[in-house]
Ligand binder design. Structure first.
Ligand code: BGC
Length: 760
């Protein structure tokens, strides 16, 4: 029996939505004012200094003499230090051995989990499920705060359209609307409704701003773009996170309009504080002040002064503030007010975290022993990971496979634990994740046999493998020859009914300073895949990836492809859940997969140009296209298959015109036409046909994830208001312009139904 349910979709946030209300807390302000009256200049500057806990975990700096500096009042915050015992010890020095007993704030790169690891953020975004994403951040906060921490350097909301850039793995892909929803969900998850609770973390939105637009996808490289593009396409997720109440913002390494973000007064003061009303703390990225020397902005004293004047409050590990600000004040290069404002904001953050009431509120050994890496958290991680997988191909229902017969599991990522959490998993215990081999064997029990061979190393290039397997995430390079590894794989494959090939990237082939110019599967693994296919047995590619990859050959030849990104702690179990059909995959891509590197940047919400290529064509002379490859992506934004199939009705519009203040309802009926229950993310896109500036060919403005039983239908209803039609015009005014619009609804950015309406 068909059942119809009406679902509503909310309107999007605009960059000019009412700015954050100033938080007026007279008690806090009086407390901080009275504290600051007692502080010396040195003590104030000390609060602006953020150091590491004495180890170089996320960069190359080892902060020296940390305990002595705390004692001298020269430390405002510490990061990459954990456990209640260590944090208590450092905090004790701050609150018992310094003159004013000001507590220290403790940060960490809690990016996609703390000990219980969730999928890398790019994978997590493919769930299109805001509740799950919020939940993952909530669990991460519960665990990290139980281990003494109170500040997470997340969410990373940089829009990225270049899969060569390794850090595309850390964000939510290419779309500003989806990115904004995810930014909000994560801030909510970390901060909860009260920062002073001992199970919340202060969020830190990063990297402000435009870091994802690094030229040529090379990390830390220059960015340059028009304000119109910035406002419409890159800034919305940062703004959404600020509006959601994020307590802090991290500057980015790149320059904007020729000025490094860390020295940009326009960015950090005019836009962030004045236009957006941000009241929180601005921290630099790792040595971002010092790096301005190489950018060519002056010596350490000059660049430190520039950063303070631009609106930076805290200096991450570079100690430029600590060592030069006093001199700059004496020489009139910075003002006392600038130092006071920065110091006040650091103290406000500590106040809101409740550290002045109880500096040890996050140091509870009992919680640390019971709240971290729990069975319940791991179960949630397993379920969330399975939701993030994207089924890219499934010829003749190759998947799901049966829990019977003999399954050959082959590949360099098949029997590995340390790579399963992916990049930015600084707090994970790499001995714990469930490998694919363990997951599959556990799932089949005695009903089937899982045989294993490594098949190949990660790459034929041992030096590249070394660079791609850092931070203890080894793939255990095998010293046997490529031929010997291949032969072993063939022997194993010969015994099997079906082959599961666990291939792709190692965890550290994406992430920071891990850009690639060739984003295919390394040759030696491709060779393995070719050899396995030559057996004539069904081959399923379980693809590990921190980015969109070029997979044209794989798409043509392999029977099924499941992109699992890096799934986290429960990797093997969640992969087994999907391979055996206990969970029907429902992930949808949030970044376009190119056919080849030459197409980059390629993204769905591009402009039309004056010479667009008619749809469905490959090449026409004097049109915007390539001689040697079509304009089509390999897989478009929003794409992802299921073990069932869905059909879409035409769009019904409640009216053909819209007046300001009114709304139009756009609905479609989606039917599960297959034989399994499944989830589908229904996507709504709009196009403004004529504008005062050129407008994208499509923009995501709504989505809804629904679940349908076999044969079941649901009507999904989106409400479109004038708010959804707004954009920044060439005066950077946020406007909706009367005229013709198209609405598209479908299962990905290309496979859509369309209808027209007018804004009157
Ligand atoms: C990264 C940041 C990170 C910081 C602290 C930097 O290198 O760019 O994302 O939060 O290090 O580890």
């Amino acid at each position: 029996m068909y059942r119809k349910i009406i679902l509503l979709v909310c309107v999007m946030i605009s960059l000019q939505a009412p700015a954050q209300q100033p938080v007026i807390d007279t008690k806090r302000d009086a407390f901080i004012s009275s504290l600051m009256q007692k502080m010396t200049l040195d003590e104030k500057i000390g609060q602006l200094n953020l150091l590491t806990g004495g180890e170089a975990t996320t960069g190359s700096v080892v902060s020296a003499g940390v305990e002595a500096k705390i004692k001298n009042g020269q430390v405002g915050g510490i990061f990459s230090m954990s456990t209640p015992a260590r944090i208590r010890k450092a905090q004790e020095i701050a609150v018992t051995q310094t003159r004013l007993k000001i507590p220290v704030i403790f940060g960490m790169d809690v990016i996609h989990g703390y000990k219980t690891m969730f999928p890398i953020p790019l994978g997590l975004s493919c769930t299109w499920d805001m509740q799950l994403i919020e939940r993952a951040a909530r669990i991460a906060a519960t665990e990290a705060s139980a281990d003494g921490l109170n500040w997470a350097y997340s969410p990373m909301v940089d829009i990225a359209r270049d899969p060569r850039w390794g850090r595309i793995s850390e964000g939510s892909g290419e779309d500003p609307y989806l990115g904004s929803q995810i930014a909000k969900a994560m801030v909510k998850g970390y901060q909860g409704d009260d920062l002073s609770k001992n199970n919340t973390l202060m969020a830190c939105v990063k990297h402000f701003a435009l870091y994802g637009a690094a030229e040529a996808g090379r990390d830390y490289n220059t960015t340059d773009m028009s304000r119109v593009r910035m406002y419409n396409e890159y800034l919305p997720p940062y703004k959404a996170a600020v509006d959601a109440g994020a307590g802090s913002v991290m500057t980015s390494f790149n320059e904007i309009d020729g000025i490094p973000a860390t020295a940009s007064k326009w960015l950090l003061t005019d836009l962030l504080r004045k236009q957006w009303g941000f009241k929180g703390l601005v921290v630099t990225d790792y040595t971002a002040i010092n790096e301005m020397i190489d950018h060519g902005m002056g010596n350490l004293q000059q660049v430190s002064a520039l950063a303070l004047k631009a609106g930076v409050d805290m200096d991450m590990v570079g100690e430029g503030f600590l060592t030069t600000l006093k001199r700059s004040l004496q020489q009139g290069k910075v003002t006392q007010k600038q130092i006071d404002d920065a110091c006040r904001r650091v103290l406000e953050a500590k106040y809101m975290l409740g550290l002045f009431d109880d500096p040890y509120r996050y140091c509870n050994e009992e919680r640390a022993a019971t709240a971290i890496y729990t069975k319940a958290n791991r179960q949630e991680a397993r379920a969330i990971a399975a939701e993030s997988f994207v089924l890219l191909k499934n010829d003749n229902n190759t998947l799901p496979i049966k829990k019977s017969g003999t399954i050959a599991l082959i590949g360099p990522l098949a029997n590995n634990k340390s790579n399963m959490p992916g990049t930015w998993s600084v707090s994970a215990d790499f001995s714990k994740p469930v490998s694919v081999l363990e997951g599959l064997r556990e799932a089949v029990g005695n009903n089937a046999k899982v045989v294993y061979a490594k098949g190949s190393n990660l790459t034929e290039d041992s030096l590249l493998e070394q660079r791609a397997t850092m931070f203890g995430k080894s793939l255990g390079r095998d010293s046997r020859s490529d031929e010997a590894l291949l032969q072993e794989a063939l022997d194993i494959a010969a015994q099997s009914d079906v082959i599961v090939a666990a291939l792709g990237e190692a965890a550290e082939m994406s992430g920071e300073s891990a850009s690639r110019t060739d984003i295919g599967i390394p040759d030696v693994q491709r060779k393995l895949l070719e050899t396995l296919l030559a057996t004539g047995k069904p081959v399923i590619l379980v693809l590990f990836a921190g980015r969109p990859m070029t997979l044209v050959w794989e798409q043509q030849h392999v029977h099924a492809i499941l992109d699992v990104w890096f799934p986290g702690s429960e990797a093997g179990s969640s992969i087994a859940d999907v391979l055996f059909g206990d969970v029907n995959p429902s992930g949808k891509l949030t970044a376009t997969f190119p056919q080849n590197v030459g197409q980059i940047p390629i993204y769905y919400n591009h402009k039309n140009t004056g010479r667009p290529l008619p749809e469905g064509q490959w090449f026409q002379k004097f049109r915007s296209n390539y001689l040697d490859v079509s304009n089509d992506p390999l897989y478009p934004f929003g794409y992802g298959l299921s073990y069932t199939s869905f059909s879409y009705s035409d769009i019904t519009l409640s009216s053909a015109s819209l007046r300001p203040g009114q709304k139009i309802n756009a609905s479609v009926t989606v039917t599960n036409t297959g034989t399994r229950a499944g989830k589908e993310t229904v996507q709504l896109y709009l196009r403004d046909m004529v504008g005062s500036i050129t407008r994208p060919v499509k923009e995501l403005k709504g989505f809804r994830k629904i679940e349908l039983k076999p044969g079941e239908s649901k009507t999904v209803l989106f409400t479109i208001s004038v708010e959804d039609l707004k954009f920044y015009n060439s005066d950077l005014k946020y406007v909706a312009e009367p005229g013709d619009f198209k609405v598209f609804i479908g299962s990905n950015s290309r496979d859509v139904r369309e209808a027209d309406f007018k804004l009157l």
